[in-house]
Write a protein of this length. Sequence first.
Length: 288
Amino acid sequence: MIKGESDDSYNNLITSVSNQINSLYNDYITKLYEYNNSTSEALDAMEEDNKVKATFFCLVRESEIDSLLPTIRTIQTRFNNKFGYPWIFVSDEEFSDNFKEIIRDKIPQNVSFGVIPKEHWSYPDWIDQKKAEEIRNDKSMSGIPYFNSESYRHMCRYESGFFYRHPLLNGYEYYWRVEPDTQIFCDLDYDVFQWMKDNDKKYGFTLTMREFPATIPSLWSSTQTFLKENPQYIAEDNLLNFISNDEGKTYNMCHFWTNFEIAAIDFWESEAYSKYFEFLDHNGGFFF
Ligand SMILES: Nc1nc2c(ncn2[C@@H]2O[C@H](COP(=O)(O)OP(=O)(O)OP(=O)(O)O)[C@@H](O)[C@H]2O)c(=O)[nH]1
Ligand SMILES: [Mg+2]
């Protein structure tokens, strides 16, 4: 016992520590269970069939089921009934058995459901949450899409720096990001994952748009600072001319939509990308 502490506070401390250990242990068992029961089965099958280790990956809220089902239907009929890749669904909240049943009923391939670890969907300790809240409540921002949504910011941060660390993705080389409300309008008669691998591609997108400047007031200046401090990460054959019309002085707001991206997981795990994400995250841009 710590000198001068009462029995009560000592007991509280023990209870709190043992609760935390219990919760960590339960999380670990849940993840192990999820992983063993679905992902490894799917990976073994791909290994056996000599297929690229790839999966659909969908971050979704259970409440979006009505816009998710048509998405699943088109991907399955336009592509996946021919090629047979597994699916992974994740959320910040546990999916209900009913949701899982409905989804499994629509997908004959292997399907896994996972919860996002708390530390990937919460405030890091260097973020001033009061300041973040004040910014969300600033009425002068009211014309900006999602300006007052807290979950939107967690989503952006998760999709930028954490999804690829989800245990259900362990062992995969490629994923295809799927969002509810998206659809494929023509048949895909070749295996896009195999194509990515055969051609040594790391990232694919279908659509580019102009960004709303008001949603990213500090992104370009932060990026410039990062690049100045880390010139070693700039690739020689980079796409600077795609995102800037003046050799990098300003950002032209051109960006590719991540909604349909197909990418190699190790691209996000690279040192250059990890350091870039950490830099943006520590500057607070996702929340401020
Ligand atoms: N589980 C979970 N998923 C979320 C949450 N917020 C967003 N998502 C998912 O994250 C993805 C992107 O969210 P959207 O709201 O579509 O954001 P967006 O694509 O930037 O915006 P839109 O252009 O309006 O589609 C979608 O797959 C959503 O289902 C959330 O709070 N919880
Ligand atoms: Mg969307």
